[in-house]
Design a protein around this ligand. Sequence first.
Ligand SMILES: [Zn+2]
Ligand SMILES: [Zn+2]
Length: 102
Amino acid sequence: MINDKNLVCHDCRKLFLFSEGEQQFFAQKGLTNLPKRCPNCRLSAKFKRNGENLDELHKVDCATCGALTMVPFKPKENRAVFCRACFIANRAAKDDVPAMAV
Ligand SMILES: [Zn+2]
Ligand SMILES: [Zn+2]
């Protein structure tokens, strides 16, 4: 039985949710370590690694599920932006994907 867990982020020391779905994802990948960082810190670490500036990220709502997501470009008004999960689902559904989500 898997339940949502609250973990403390290694970087910002805030609690973040390690959801049931994420735990299943980790289990599928054979990962036994718990995530050390909250999604925000994970994202900023990723962008720092890529040499991108987090200040230039734009917060947008996913066009499909409404989840807050961040993209390293300024979204155009007439272009839908998707969170990662919906982006992958969309890409699976059709080849023409409007915008790349992080
Ligand atoms: Zn954090
Ligand atoms: Zn979404």
